[in-house]
Design a protein around this ligand. Structure first.
Ligand SMILES: NC(=O)C1=CN([C@@H]2O[C@H](COP(=O)(O)OP(=O)(O)OC[C@H]3O[C@@H](n4cnc5c(N)ncnc54)[C@H](OP(=O)(O)O)[C@@H]3O)[C@@H](O)[C@H]2O)C=CC1
Ligand SMILES: Nc1c(N[C@@H]2O[C@H](COP(=O)(O)O)[C@@H](O)[C@H]2O)[nH]c(=O)[nH]c1=O
Length: 376
């Protein structure tokens, strides 16, 4: 199930707070950084904040620059991104600026919250998602029904914490502001709970007046049968590797990456790499990891094409190599067609052996791209 690209955006004090406890919103960004935020807003399809932020800040969440709005319209997009909020209670102020500025608005809530929001006369599309509100159904609804491909989440801490802990954030854009709040009652950027083990990937840093922008990408694979944002990033990398294989008329071009549970890349490979005319991507990657590496038991193998089950060129097919390595989770983009082997079903073979296999069909076209000449 595809979701929008989820970008978490926040400005934070040196001691990790999003705001103080005073009545006014604490300005952590510098003027040039607020302009950068405006640019990011102009680039997305929707902006989401939690109901707590609407209550605390009474924000408008607009694209403030007329030029940026005009560019959106010229590109055939709505003048303003869709504004989205989440609430369990539906306890929203109908006079808040959020409802009376900008373009369209959507409230995601519970059945109970929807009754309350409608009774209050909230001027927005109110979408109940059942007795409780799950982020996955919300993101799927935004993607499928509202056509949102890029979602900017502007807080607050409760919302950021949930999206990050549930592996649903594709990217973090954090601005570190040179001031302290020092009040434990103030809202923190990230609350306690289970985050990814290990380190996120630092994508970029930039000085903007007296603040520093840091962009991070979560790296840890998901667990079980749900895809995390990081699973999509790694599978995309596997598909990119497939495009670097030496060409062949008699074998597929495939890329693979093996990633530890804490997001550390253990190895990568692609078909026919390093002058070996028959080596497969998963085989090449696994061969680079010592078989006794304890991280293999909780690692995920990403492969653009599902692992093979029959080979003429080598004694052990890749599904078997994965089982021998002790890997219990595989994410792939494309089920093997009957081009070289009939009804290969590496996914079925692995699942029968108890391995969790996720097939993310939204990457199938990218996985197939370097193999077009082999497909009818
Ligand atoms: N510096 C910065 O960049 C930013 C700072 N902030 C600051 O953050 C503070 C607000 O943060 P915080 O209090 O954490 O509030 P949030 O904005 O994260 O909103 C929390 C509320 O959102 C709703 N909600 C969250 N998760 C769910 C869920 N899974 N299901 C249903 N409803 C959900 C609930 O609403 P309900 O109670 O109605 O059920 C909850 O109380 C403010 O002080 C604000 O100034 C905010 C954004 C950015
Ligand atoms: N304070 C703070 C942010 N706060 C965010 O900006 C929202 C208000 O935007 P607007 O309606 O345009 O005034 C507010 O509700 C919250 O989501 N953002 C930042 O980048 N830096 C900051 O220092």
């Amino acid at each position: 199930m595809p979701y929008p690209h989820v970008l978490l955006s926040a400005a934070v004090s040196l001691d990790g707070y999003l705001d103080d406890t005073g009545p006014d919103r604490l300005l952590l960004s510098s003027p040039a950084d607020f302009d950068r935020v405006d640019e990011v807003r102009a680039s997305v399809d929707a902006i989401l904040v939690g109901a707590g932020t609407i209550r605390a800040d009474n924000p408008r969440l607009l694209v403030n620059s007329p030029e940026r709005r005009a560019a959106r319209v010229a590109a055939g997009r709505p003048e303003y991104p869709l504004k989205v909020t989440v609430t369990a209670t539906g306890d929203l102020d109908p006079d808040a600026k959020f409802w009376h500025t900008g373009g369209e608005k959507t409230v995601y809530t519970t059945d109970e919250g929807a009754r309350r929001a409608r009774a209050l006369g909230i001027a927005a599309d109110v979408v109940p998602l059942g007795a409780g509100l799950g982020w996955r159904p919300l993101l799927a609804h935004l993607y499928d029904v509202r056509g949102v491909r890029r979602l900017m989440v502007e807080g607050g801490g409760t919302v950021h914490t949930q999206l990050l802990q549930q592996g649903l954030a594709d990217e973090l854009q954090l601005v570190l502001a040179p001031l302290f709040v020092g009040d434990p009652k103030a809202p923190r950027l990230f609350g306690p709970g289970g985050y990814q083990a290990g380190r996120l990937r630092l994508l970029d840093t930039r000085r903007i007046e007296d603040v520093v922008l840091m962009r991070y990408e979560p790296t840890a694979p998901g667990t079980g049968g749900s895809a995390a944002a990081a699973d999509r990033h790694w599978l995309r990398l596997a598909c990119e590797l497939a495009a670097h294989c030496p060409p062949s008329r008699t074998a597929f071009s495939v890329g693979a990456v093996v990633v530890a549970a804490d997001g550390t890349e253990l190895a990568r490979g692609h078909s026919r790499e390093a002058g070996d005319p028959v080596v497969h991507a998963e085989e090449a990657a696994l061969a680079k990891i010592p078989p006794a590496d304890p991280r293999l038991a909780t690692a995920t193998v990403y492969t653009s094409l599902e692992p093979c089950t029959h080979r003429a060129s080598r004694p052990h097919p890749c599904a078997e190599l994965i089982l021998r390595a002790g890997v219990r989770r595989v994410v792939t983009a494309w089920r093997e067609p009957d081009t070289f082997v009939t009804a290969a079903d590496g996914t079925g073979t692995l699942r029968e052996a108890g391995v969790e296999v996720l097939v993310l069909g939204e990457y199938e076209a990218q996985a197939k791209a370097p193999n077009g000449h082999l497909l009818g």
